[in-house]
Ligand binder design. Structure first.
Ligand SMILES: Cc1cc2nc3c(=O)[nH]c(=O)nc-3n(C[C@H](O)[C@H](O)[C@H](O)COP(=O)(O)OP(=O)(O)OC[C@H]3O[C@@H](n4cnc5c(N)ncnc54)[C@H](O)[C@@H]3O)c2cc1C
Length: 542
C-alpha cells in the first residue's frame, strides 16, 4: 500500500514537485508570451453537492466530500482547472470500494433497476474524461478498484501473472521482481495507473517497442458485467474465431468491469541502457528511426524529438550535460543547429547484448550524420521520466497551461501529419491574439508507421471558463487535423468522453453499431460509464 497522499487538483503525490527551470520560463515567455494569471491549488474549495440516496451496496461505501471530489475528475488539463477553481459541477454520490469480484457482482445487482450509474475507477489518470462524473439526474457512483490489487497467482514456467485490476505500476513491478520477472509496461503515468485501467484503455508504455502494448501483454481476463461474468482464458494463441479479448480491451468500462487480468511477463533483464544522439534535421531523424525499425535490432525504446522539442530538451533537461553543449557547438559549427533533432535509443539485456545493439544502432544513425551524445542524457531521461508530469501543475501555478495529445500514422504521412497538427494548434487562438507553442516527438515506432506525441502550451486567463474554452478550441482544431491527416484520434490515451465525437471517423458507421450492440448486450440498462466511447456529444466544456 502506498502511504503517500495523492494530490487533489494535480498530478501525483502531495510530497513531490518538479519545478520549471529559469530557462524553461524564459523559453515560454519568448514563445507563448508573458504568463497569464496563476491558478494555484492553495485555496481549493470543495463544492457542496448533497449526495443522492443509493440502494444498500456491498463493499466499502464512502460519502466523504474530499473523496467524492477526488473521484469526480481524472487528470486531464480541464479536470485540474475545474478542481482548482471549484467549478466541478457534479460529484459521485458515493465512492464504493469492492474487495473482490463477488462484491462487484453484488454492487451491479444492487444497482439494477434503480437508475444508478457506475463509473469504474482504476488510478484515475484518464486524460480523456474517462472517469469524469458528469451532471445528470440519475444517482452515480465511482467504483474504485484499489482494494482489488496485488499478485494473485504466478506461473513462472509460462511467465503468466494474474493481477487484481487495481494494481498500480510500481506494485506490479515489485511483485514480479521477487520472482526475477518484469512486465515492462511503463506508461508515463506508471506510478498511479492500474492494470485494469491499462487494459480498459489500450495503454502503451515507453518501452512498448521491446515489450509490446498492453494488448500484447494481456493474455486473459475476468470481466464482470450486468449481463453476467465473462472469463476470457489465457492462451498463447488461438484461431477460435475473433479474439474477444480485443472487444474488452479499449472498452473503457462500457462493456464490464475487468476484475482480474493475466499478464505475460519476462525475466528481468540485467540492464537497460539509453544512448542519445543528435541528427541534423527531422527528415534524417524519421528516416533513421524507420531504418532502426526495419533493421530488426533488439531495441526496447526509440524516441525522436522534433527541433522545438530538442531545443527545449537541450536547454532545459540536457543543458547541464557537458556532452550536450559540446555537441551543440559542433552542430553549430556545421551550420545545422536550429533544425537538430534528439534521438534516444534504448535496449535491454546483458552488458554484451546492450553493447552490441547500441553499436548496431549507432552505425545506422551515423549514416544519417548523427552526432553521439553517449549515455549521459539517457540516464537523465530515465531518472526523470515519471517526474515530468509534475511540471504541468507547476506551470499552472505560474500562469501557463499545458496539455498533450497523441496519434499514430503510417511512415509515409508522418511528417505531413505533424505539420498539419502543429499548424492547427499554432493558429487556433490567433484571433484572440494568443500564441501556442507546440513540441512533438516520436515515441512508439512500428514497422509501418509511428506515433506522434504533441505537447502544447498556452496562457491562462483570469477566468477558468475562458481558459477551458481556449483548451477546447485547441483540442477541436487538433482533432479535426488528425481526421484530415487520416491519423488515429488516439494512439494510447483512449477515447473517453472528449475523443468520442471523432471516433466515428475511424470506426465507421457499422463499427459504431457493432460496438453499440456489444455494449447493450453486456449492459442493457446502460449503467456503466454511459458517456465514454459511444456518446458523440461534444463535452469539452463540461
Ligand atoms: C501524466 C500522464 C501521463 C500519461 N502517460 C501515458 C502513457 O505513457 N501511456 C498511456 O497509455 N497512457 C498514459 N496516460 C493516460 C492514462 O494513464 C492511461 O489511460 C491509463 O491506462 C489509465 O489507467 P488508470 O488505471 O488510471 O485508469 P482510469 O483513469 O481510472 O480509467 C480509465 C478508463 O478505464 C475505465 N476503467 C478503469 N479500470 C477499469 C476496470 N478495472 N474495468 C473496466 N474499466 C476500467 C474507467 O472507467 C475509464 O473509462 C497518461 C496520463 C497522465 C495523466
Amino acid at each position: 500500500m502506498n502511504t503517500k497522499t495523492r494530490r487533489l487538483g494535480g498530478w501525483g503525490f502531495e510530497s513531490e514537485t518538479f519545478e520549471p527551470s529559469p530557462q524553461l520560463i524564459q523559453w515560454l515567455t519568448e514563445n507563448v508570451g508573458p504568463p497569464g494569471p496563476a491558478l494555484g491549488d492553495t485555496d481549493l474549495k470543495i463544492p457542496k453537492i448533497r449526495p443522492q440516496t443509493l440502494p444498500s451496496l456491498p463493499g466499502e461505501v464512502c460519502t466523504e466530500d474530499r473523496d467524492r471530489l477526488f473521484h469526480a475528475r481524472g487528470q486531464g488539463l480541464i479536470d485540474i482547472i475545474r478542481v482548482r477553481s471549484g467549478t466541478v459541477s457534479a460529484l459521485p454520490d458515493a465512492v464504493v470500494r469492492p474487495s473482490d469480484a463477488d462484491e462487484v457482482i453484488g454492487i451491479l445487482d444492487a444497482c439494477k433497476g434503480s437508475g444508478v450509474r457506475i463509473v469504474p475507477w482504476g488510478g484515475g489518470t484518464s486524460v480523456t474524461g474517462g472517469v469524469n462524473i458528469l451532471s445528470g439526474d440519475q444517482p452515480i457512483i465511482s467504483l474504485d478498484l484499489e482494494r482489488m490489487s496485488g499478485l494473485i497467482d504466478f506461473d513462472s514456467i509460462s511467465g503468466l501473472a494474474v493481477f487484481g485490476p487495481g494494481t498500480t505500476g510500481p506494485q506490479v513491478e515489485s511483485a514480479l521482481a521477487e520472482h526475477g520477472f518484469t512486465l515492462g509496461h511503463f506508461p508515463q503515468s506508471w506510478e498511479l495507473a492500474t492494470v485494469g485501467g491499462w487494459a480498459a484503455t489500450r495503454s502503451s508504455g515507453q518501452e512498448s517497442l521491446g515489450y509490446g502494448r498492453i494488448e500484447d501483454l494481456v493474455a486473459g481476463m475476468d470481466v464482470v458485467a450486468p449481463a453476467g461474468r465473462w472469463r476470457l482464458p489465457a492462451l498463447p494463441g488461438s484461431a477460435a474465431g475473433p479474439d474477444l479479448r480485443h472487444l474488452v480491451m479499449g472498452s473503457e468500462g462500457r462493456l464490464g468491469i475487468i476484475t482480474e487480468a493475466t499478464l505475460r511477463t519476462r525475466q528481468k533483464p540485467e540492464q537497460t541502457a539509453v544512448h542519445a544522439c543528435l541528427v541534423p534535421d527531422l527528415e534524417r531523424g524519421l528516416d533513421g528511426i524507420r531504418a532502426l525499425m526495419w533493421s530488426g535490432l533488439p531495441l526496447c525504446m526509440l524516441r525522436l524529438s522534433d527541433p522545438p522539442e530538442t531545443e527545449v530538451a537541450m536547454t532545459i533537461g540536457l543543458g547541464a550535460s557537458r556532452f550536450a553543449s559540446l555537441a551543440q557547438r559542433y552542430l553549430r559549427f556545421r551550420g545545422i543547429k536550429d533544425q537538430a533533432c534528439l534521438i534516444l535509443v534504448g535496449t535491454s539485456g546483458s552488458e554484451l547484448e546492450v553493447a552490441d545493439a547500441l553499436e548496431g544502432a549507432r552505425n545506422i544513425l551515423r549514416s544519417r550524420r548523427a552526432v553521439s551524445l553517449g549515455r549521459g542524457p539517457g540516464r537523465h531521461w530515465q531518472r526523470d521520466r515519471f517526474r515530468h508530469p509534475y511540471l504541468r501543475e507547476a506551470l499552472m501555478d505560474r500562469g501557463w497551461a499545458t496539455d498533450t495529445l497523441e496519434t499514430a500514422v503510417p511512415w509515409s504521412r508522418a511528417a505531413l501529419c505533424r505539420t498539419e497538427v502543429r499548424r492547427a494548434l499554432e493558429t487556433a487562438l490567433e484571433d484572440e491574439g494568443e500564441r501556442t507553442a507546440v513540441l512533438c516527438h516520436v515515441s512508439h515506432p512500428y514497422i509501418d508507421g509511428t506515433s506522434l506525441y504533441f505537447t502544447f502550451f498556452f496562457r491562462n486567463t483570469s477566468d477558468p471558463e475562458a481558459t477551458i474554452k481556449r483548451w477546447a478550441r485547441l483540442k477541436r482544431a487538433a482533432s479535426d487535423a488528425l481526421v484530415r491527416s487520416e491519423a488515429t484520434i488516439t494512439h494510447h490515451h483512449g477515447v473517453g468522453v472528449w475523443h468520442a465525437p471523432w471516433l466515428r471517423n475511424e470506426a465507421g458507421e457499422l463499427g459504431m453499431k457493432i460496438l453499440g450492440d456489444a455494449a447493450l448486450r453486456m449492459d442493457p440498462e446502460r449503467m456503466l460509464n454511459p458517456h465514454v466511447l459511444l456518446d458523440p456529444t461534444d463535452r469539452l466544456m463540461e
